[in-house]
Design a protein around this ligand. Sequence first.
Ligand code: 5GP
Length: 125
Amino acid sequence: MAVDATLPYDNQNIFAKILRGEIPCKQVYEDEFAFAFHDINPQAPTHILVVPKGPYVSWDDFSRHADDAEIAGFIRAVGKVARDAGLVERGYRLLANAGPDSHQEVPHLHVHIFAGQPLGPMLAR
Ligand code: 5GP
């Protein structure tokens, strides 16, 4: 079911539990601002999720309320994860669902990194 991204942050969401180490994940990267791990149900040969460490529901929440250091740190982390995974030469796609039409399922901001094959058109029609 899609998330209502206008709701307050729920610290029992699955990515909050992953950040606290309460449930396992295949970790890719961690720094002060961001944490990255492989998606449990990959939609491409490489499918990594990058989340900010702070409690932000969505891109809208993050871009409104995060401070400049959090935003810069998170954006740099997304780029570093892609570089470290060797994705720059062939390319990759970033996606962040926000709000009902996007069908965001987990109410903690996450950026998907897809790569490893030609990714086709931007949206299915
Ligand atoms: P959304 O639809 O919210 O943009 O994407 C949520 C993503 O989280 C989905 O791609 C889904 O496969 C992934 N996901 C959901 N639960 C888990 C989990 O427990 N572990 C991991 N690694 N990924 C998850």
